[in-house]
Design a protein around this ligand. Structure first.
Ligand code: SF4
Length: 359
């Protein structure tokens, strides 16, 4: 952690996350101005970006909001280039800067790769970075186990371990331990957590409540969860981008319909073919790891190469801009000035269905 001050925080255990979507009652939110903090969990994808723009459209002051991004490949000195789009963190940072919203990053040590390669050990420590300072939340308790298996392509988070280990639990551990969010029994902190799931995306998400008590709720913290675009369709999402003339994450410009991990386990054959075309080094790295583990990402036991051989490149933009978009997507830097388009247009990845990302 050369450039950053590092602080050890409290002890933590292995994760415990509910695995089923159960019908939970919706709750009444407080008036927005009564929350001490409004956190938007921002992946950089279209739905969480739309949540942010919607809140600003509704008059929520930018200084009342903060953007939290979980870096799925780890962060700073322990990042391992593996599944994520290289540009995502820079895009998220530029978006926050453009809108004047505080932005911070959280991650599990060595990200998805570290968890995938875990052998007879605890899951990795969690870190967060705020104002240039890295804070360390060590994992000391729990059971030493071996992973060495890809996450399963399933909505069941017990077997699709990537989302809970590098996103959901990382977010919760930071919220539960960050000093800014600790209240008292007499005066609990009031926190609203906004996420961008939409019912249109999957039958699993169709069951989500729009509002509920968040898992970080405690006697010293009132934490509510809100999914403000849960019933929006894709047209409404792109409409808000158009109103703001906002450049979508470069993955959409390259033809991807979901901006989750570049090598998301749910990628369709077309997306694997496209990844092999624009980022062959990344693609073949995953091929090598499949061989090393003797385990395929695809639960139907097709290798990545077999899947990529079944797909097509028809969604990649045909014009000369493709190389510009690919360069943007595979770069680690992004200028906030490039976020506003002179003439907004739908990206190649728009209206390609919901398959290819988390369910
Ligand atoms: S985007 Fe895909 S691979 Fe990445 S964490 Fe989510 S489900 Fe897993």
């Amino acid at each position: 952690m050369s450039r950053f001050e590092q602080i050890d925080m409290f002890d933590h255990t292995e994760i415990s996350i509910e695995t089923k979507v159960t019908e939970r009652p919706s709750i009444d939110l407080l008036p927005l101005n009564e929350y001490d903090h409004i956190i938007i969990s921002l992946s950089g994808g279209k739905d969480s970006v739309a949540c942010t723009l919607k809140k600003l459209d509704e008059g929520v002051p930018p200084e009342k909001i903060e953007l939290w991004h979980q870096s799925v490949d780890g962060g700073h000195n322990d990042a391992v280039e593996f599944l994520d789009w290289p540009v995502t963190e820079a895009y998220v940072q530029a978006f926050g800067e453009l809108l004047g919203i505080r932005t911070s990053f959280q991650w599990r040590e060595r990200g998805i790769y570290g968890e995938l390669m875990r052998k007879d050990s605890l899951t990795g420590d969690v870190y967060y970075c705020e104002n240039g300072k890295v804070v360390h939340l060590p994992t000391r308790n729990g059971k030493k186990t071996t992973r060495l298996r890809w996450p399963a392509m399933s909505p069941d988070l017990r077997v699709r371990w990537c989302s809970p280990y590098v996103k959901i639990d990382v977010f919760r551990r930071v919220l539960n331990n960050h000093p800014r969010f600790q209240g008292t029994m007499e005066q609990p902190k009031k926190i609203l957590v906004i996420t961008g799931e939409r019912r249109e995306e999957s039958s699993n998400r169709a069951k989500y409540a729009e509002t509920e008590i968040h898992a970080c709720n405690s006697r010293t913290r009132i934490v509510h969860a809100w999914r403000p675009v849960i019933d929006w369709n894709e047209r409404e999402i792109w409409d808000i981008y158009e109103r703001w003339r906002l450049l979508p994450h470069p993955a959409y410009l390259c033809g991807w319909n979901r901006t989750s991990c570049m090598g998301c386990i749910f990628s369709t054959a077309d997306l694997w073919t496209m990844m092999r075309e624009i980022a062959p080094e990344r693609f073949y790295r995953l091929v090598e790891v499949e061989k090393e583990l003797n385990h395929t990402i695809d639960t139907n036991r097709l290798t990545l190469e077999q899947k990529a051989n079944m797909g097509s490149l028809k969604r990649l933009p045909k014009d000369a801009r493709l190389s510009k978009w690919v360069q943007l997507a595979l770069n680690r830097s992004f200028r906030k000035e490039d976020l506003i388009m002179d003439k907004w247009e739908l990206p190649a990845g728009a209206f390609q269905g919901a398959a290819g990302g988390p369910v």
